[in-house]
Design a binder for this molecule. Structure first.
Ligand code: ATP
Length: 366
């Protein structure tokens, strides 16, 4: 998808900015603290209803001090869908797509697949399995129409099963059996989706990684969260006593992980910081490439916060070259755009936005 217009109001130090981004490459530059990341955050709010760096559920750090709400408007996609997201200090959020109020954030996410590469992206290698499950599920969500429904069934069944387990004994065996069967059935489907996706994804990942690094013997392996030789229903039956004793479900897709290795070692334990960044970038670019191949050329939007950090010029150049070959819309932030600008062959497709004390120039004259 493509963001054609963006109107930011009250996001951190950006009071009011209108941008008409380029179809391909957008370079957002300025001094430290000028508001560059806040532009990327605004795009994330527009496409996901939330920031990628704020942990406050009350929106208070995100909304400009002294204001009671922020709003981000945009025109997105081939038919220029009008999208508006507002967030208020009291925690009330509102999403509108083409004038209609929307309650499910997944409606926004469906419109625009967004990949973020920032300082937190390292978590994909060094963080908990939850980060890698989220990565995997992002990919499946955008290519498999039935995935969201199955994922929601798993969450609901797991929640109900765990709440029955929490009492420490089974007071209602019929309910317990019903939720266990529902959980196992939805989980098996979810697992199939994940496995199929990862098998297809791996090839694209290997190709992109080879363009960026000379790392040999790199492997990604999927662990589904229970014994691969048995059905989940069998495993849940066999471990019911443990589940009752501890009060939660031990096996299932909520324990899935992708193990990322170099030879026998965990990649995170052996790679340099720059190499880790290249692996993470390769994984994210491969998801964008996969989307293009398997979803009728659906375009991904890449938000790259301070791409040059930790990378030498040669590798930064290579990342830009891969991005240029993909059909994607790219937003990059940097302090000094000089060198970064040189890494693109077709300069005509680049727009520059200078951010200074929350003011964005290169914006629309209106
Ligand atoms: N709620 C808020 N209200 C007003 N200003 C804020 C609020 N939250 C953060 N700020 C300020 O807004 C700016 C946000 O900066 P941002 O993180 O977007 O900068 P940046 O250009 O990406 O910087 P860097 O290069 O250092 O990463 C900072 O100056 C910060 O102090």
């Amino acid at each position: 998808m493509t963001i054609h217009r963006l109107h930011i109001q009250g996001v951190r130090n950006i009071s009011d900015a209108r941008l008409e981004p380029a179809y391909f490459v957008n370079i957002v530059f300025g001094d430290n603290g000028s508001g560059k990341t806040s532009v990327l955050e605004s795009i994330h709010i527009l496409t996901h209803g939330r920031s990628f760096r704020s942990t406050s559920s009350k929106n208070t750090t995100l909304i400009q001090q002294g204001l009671h709400a922020l709003t981000v408007y945009g025109e997105i996609g081939e038919i220029h869908n009008h999208v508006g997201v507002s967030k208020a200090v009291d925690g009330v959020n509102q999403i509108k797509i083409s004038g209609e109020k929307v309650t499910a954030v997944s409606e926004l996410a469906k419109l625009s697949p967004v990949q973020i590469i920032d300082a937190q992206a390292f978590d994909l290698l060094t963080g908990s399995p939850a980060v890698r499950r989220q990565f995997l599920d992002w990919g499946v969500f955008h290519v498999e129409h039935g995935f969201l429904n199955v994922w929601q069934r798993v969450q609901k069944a797991l929640k109900n099963r765990n709440s029955l387990l929490r009492s420490g004994k089974i007071t209602d065996p019929i309910q317990m059996s019903a939720w266990t069967r529902e959980f196992a059935s939805a989980a098996e489907r979810l697992d199939e989706y994940r496995q199929q996706y990862l098998e297809r994804f791996k090839q694209q990942f290997v190709d992109i990684l080879a363009k960026l690094t000379d790392l040999d013997d790199f492997s990604l392996s999927y662990h589904r969260g229970w014994d691969k030789a048995r059905s989940l229903l069998d495993v849940l039956g066999a471990s019911e006593d443990v589940d009752i004793k501890t009060g939660f479900t031990h096996s299932g897709p909520q324990r899935a992980d992708i193990r990322i290795k170099l030879g026998k070692h965990n990649a995170a334990d052996i790679l340099s910081r720059g190499q880790q960044k290249l692996v993470v970038i390769a994984m994210k670019l491969a998801q964008g490439a996969h989307l293009q191949t398997f979803k009728e050329h659906k375009r991904c939007i890449f938000l790259l916060d301070d791409l040059p950090a930790e990378l030498d010029s040669n590798h930064t150049h290579k990342v830009c070259q891969i991005l240029e070959q993909m059909d994607a819309q790219v937003f990059l932030t940097c302090v000094e755009p000089g060198e970064l600008l040189e890494f693109w062959n077709n300069k005509d497709q680049i727009k520059m936005f200078h951010v200074k004390h929350g003011q964005v120039s290169g914006e629309l004259d209106e």
